[in-house]
Ligand binder design. Sequence first.
Ligand code: PLP
Length: 493
Amino acid sequence: MSEPFQGHTPGLLADRPSRALDLEEFRSNGHLLVDWIADYLKDLGERPVCEPTAPGDVRAQLPRRAPEQPEPFSEVLSDLEQVIVPALAHWQHPGWFAYFPAMSSPASVLGELAAAGLGVQGMMWSSSPALTELEAHVLDWLVDLMGLPQGWKTSAAGGGTLTSGASSSTHIAMVAARETCRGRTGAPIEQMVAYTSGQSHSSVEKGARIAGFGHIRLLDTDHDFAVKPGALNSAICQDRRLGLTPASVISALGTTGTTAVDPIAHMGDIATRERLWHHVDAAYAGSAMICEEFRHHLAGVELADSYTFNPHKWLATNLDCSVLWVADRKPLIDAMSIEPPYLRNSASDSGQVIDYRNWGVSLGRPFRALKLWFVLRDHGAEGLRQLIRNHRTWAEDLSTRIDNHSSLTLIAPTTFALVSFAHVDGDAATRALAQTINDSGRFFVTVSESDTGAYIRIAIGSTWTSRRHIDSLWRFIEANALQTAETPTRERH
Ligand code: PLP
């Protein structure tokens, strides 16, 4: 007869396979690591934003083979500091203004740690009930906090799910759009058309491609980079004449290039009339909806079928954490459900629980809601609003300074906290200015291109950025933005 299970004290087991099971070591190493992270963040402003590194530098310092024997944690930590950190672009640096932010915060880091410590898996309710219920609950909270349609709550017909990113969210939405169109029209997917702005993020085109849409139309935009009214209607008419099947439209609430907002209500009206799935990509700007003054941009979302935004961009929650909401969860679940016998269970059969594996592509799902919950509770909605408002105010101030400078010109309105501008002397001067900014090691910006040429994007959104960093960035720009050449001068926006 076997001995009854007595439980054990990990770490005291004589036959444990490695000291990886020693919880006392875990405890002390964990404290060391948290101290290390706190020091890293405290001193980050003193480092160059992007450490100078050549391709292959890091691998050249790593052993050719994985260790056969356990190594002390102190050595791992020391290599983290000496090999890895000096070859990073420091996204949490207060001088980080590139791309869009990948905002994090101490509460989020702790939430991530707690999720890793719990190590649970949220493929369905029964695989970890609290994971599913917290996710549904927090996303219902966000519906209220962001002034979104009540019908998007899991307590109503819709619901939210957390995914790895807006690319994933959009991909999932496009599969639901495809299946809805197939069910309604019987059209083959090669005939289906998706419509989006010429300024939309590449993930939209990729999502359409992965979902198998036969065609994607990139609609013309106006001088503010938003879809031109009329562009969607004429593209649909033309495609119908060609015998194609319009299936989906994706509008942007904050494009990547300049944070332009498409005419969502107008596009939504057409989508409703034509019975197209309307997905709204608010990956970056969606976070701002926590502040009421931005909510006029939501006009028309009540007609949308799905909507995505990334707390991992601008809501103090570290990667990865993207929300996908649907107005009606049924078509999504119909498109995504497969029921193998090994996943069947009585809770699912009862129809009373959410099984998030049927809301997306991945089966295995991490406990993403935990960090979001930590962040919401640690900041409170008011704290998050304050972060967004600060960034917005500093971006407006910076825009005004740029607008008043004779050598610089804004190329798009500053709608959120992204400032897009160019040097009046043209592309070479713009690129040279960006290079000078980045070479300083104190700030990091990205350059993009529009129809009128190259421009610099300054996206304010690091947790650790304060007004004084924006002031010193401005002083640096001002000192380096002198008229450079007799090349043709750009028109001011
Ligand atoms: N949509 C927009 C408007 C974006 O700006 C981005 C990224 O910057 C994405 C989608 C892709 O987001 P993710 O990296 O979460 O897939």
